[in-house]
Ligand binder design. Structure first.
Ligand SMILES: Nc1ncnc2c1ncn2[C@@H]1O[C@H](COP(=O)(O)OP(=O)(O)O)[C@@H](O)[C@H]1O
Ligand SMILES: [Mg+2]
Length: 368
């Protein structure tokens, strides 16, 4: 099968001159070494060529026509992956293919098939209108005159900018500026589009409009393949056919949002609300006793303004002993008003998978 995008064991390392252990969030091992040598060791290893491993063996297969979400916290490697695919960053190991073309060996072919929309790309003249800016870029991209005019008219209409097309760019809102950027990237009409955090900085209404533009018009309407990065889980759930959860340069899960959610269905949350609040010392005892029950992972109390216990949220395995939990509560004389069990959301899975684990190696390593 021909994929729109395929990566095979993709590795990217950035050299770093920063003193190891001083940069925030880079692993226990380096911190320990710096502590023992009072900072000296950090400087020494940096000179030997320390690096950040931004991608650590990424394998992805994105089908033609798919809306694919790259989900991950800050520093996960999302932008790096997008920049490798649009040939702005060169990877160290592995392979990346765009419609079968190798990004290192056939960059010209790759760029005929793909266009990236990066948040930092601007380059519009503030004194020209939106339309004039697009005409300028059409010229730059060598789109023939007549074709350019038609295409620009179509795109301004397509993105809803038509009414304001002849206003100066300086009068555009952030949402309109983002749409003009989209128009510019669509001038060349490539089958695949990459978006890095497409709705970051937009207000909720503009973000929703932009999402619908991506999903309904570009994907469903025009059949484009879309890869977008986001840390917005609702966004991913709303518009992506499939998502990959990326953390510390590694893919932790890749599936439809629904299936990823089901990954954690062996966990559940039991919420109990009491009738009449419980005050004082017994709270602690109840929590301790509940935590001791088989299958219970965590107990979070719902404390009211008067410091009384109004309810509990109990997280545990699918087969946690609910009757034992209820027995404890009843024995303590608590009156149960309501009981609910909740299925984990995509956000729960995301938080669970991307939680920083101290036993995991950090992204920073030494070459020498
Ligand atoms: N030009 C660069 N030089 C050095 N390190 C970089 C550079 N760009 C990104 N990094 C590092 O690579 C990791 C991944 O960054 P990035 O791809 O920007 O993540 P994301 O887009 O998911 O926030 C981070 O640790 C970041 O600090
Ligand atoms: Mg980024």
């Amino acid at each position: 099968m021909n994929y729109a995008i395929e990566t095979i064991d993709l590795v990217k390392r950035y050299p770093t001159k920063a003193r190891r252990g001083v940069r925030p969030g880079q692993g226990v091992q380096s911190r320990r070494r710096v502590d023992s040598f009072g900072g000296f060791f950090g400087t020494l290893t940096a000179n030997h060529g320390a690096f950040v491993e931004a991608l650590r063996g990424v394998n992805l297969q994105i089908r033609e026509g798919e809306v694919f979400g790259l989900l991950g916290p800050n520093g996960a490697g999302k932008t790096t992956l997008i920049k490798i695919l649009c040939t702005l960053v060169i990877h160290d190991e592995g392979q990346a293919l765009v419609h079968g073309f190798d990004v290192k060996k056939q960059p010209t072919e790759v760029l005929k098939n793909l266009q990236a929309i990066l948040p930092e790309s601007r380059g519009f003249d503030w004194r020209l209108s939106g339309r004039q800016n697009l005409e300028f870029y059409a010229l730059l991209y060598s789109v023939p005159d007549k074709e350019a005019k038609e295409r620009i008219d179509f795109l301004l209409d397509f993105t809803g900018l038509k009414e304001r097309a002849d206003d100066g760019y300086q009068r555009y809102s952030t949402g309109m500026q983002r749409k003009l950027l989209l128009c510019r990237s669509l001038l060349r009409n490539t089958p695949t589009l990459l978006f890095d955090e497409p709705t970051a900085g937009l207000d909720p209404a503009a973000a929703a409009e932009f999402r619908s533009l991506l999903r309904d018009k570009l994907s469903r309407g025009e059949g484009k393949t879309i890869l977008l990065s986001t840390h917005n889980l609702d966004e991913a759930q709303e518009i992506c056919d499939r998502v990959a959860i990326l953390n510390h340069g590694k893919i932790l899960a890749c599936d439809t949002p629904g299936n990823i959610q089901r990954l954690m269905f062996d966990k559940r949350t039991l919420t109990v609300t009491f009738v009449g609040a419980v005050s004082g010392e017994p709270q602690e005892k109840i929590l301790q006793e509940l935590k001791g029950i088989a299958g219970v992972n965590n107990v979070a109390p719902d404390i009211g303004r008067d410091n009384s216990l109004q309810g509990l949220s109990i997280q545990g395995d699918k087969d946690m002993d609910v009757s034992a939990i209820l027995a404890v509560l009843v024995n303590k004389g608590l009156k149960i008003g309501e009981i609910n069990t909740e299925e984990p959301t995509l956000e729960d899975v995301f938080m669970h998978l991307t939680r920083r684990r101290t036993d995991e190696p950090s992204g920073v390593q030494d070459e020498g």
